[in-house]
Design a protein around this ligand. Sequence first.
Ligand code: HEC
Length: 94
Amino acid sequence: MKYLLIALLLTTPIYAKTGKQLYKKCISCHGNKGQGRGTFPKLAGQHARYLVKQLKDIKSKKRKVPQMNSVVKKLTKEDMKSLAKYLQSLKGCK
Ligand code: HEC
């Protein structure tokens, strides 16, 4: 039990950091705070489960976002989860 808690404490910040690092590839379209711009949707504050589903669908081309093909094809399921957690933690803009 003790080890489980330590493991949780150790992995949480790492998750957030990798999400932030991975997000660098998305800034040019979705904005540095995930605020979106024009036709690029806002991602900040969006629910993580929803974001992961969209990323999976975009990768599998079930949802067609050709602009994102090159970035999304390199993402693993874990990457998607880290990104989604990071984006969910950002404050949504009004
Ligand atoms: C070249 C521009 C571009 C880049 C880079 C890009 N996106 Fe997108 N993304 C878009 C566009 C355009 C859409 C919306 C398409 C549409 O209207 O359906 C979108 C949609 C999304 C959606 C769905 C949002 C929703 O509310 O349904 C998610 C999630 C997303 N992007 C995440 C990411 C992540 C994470 C990255 C970085 C790994 C990224 N995008 C990089 C252009 C981009």
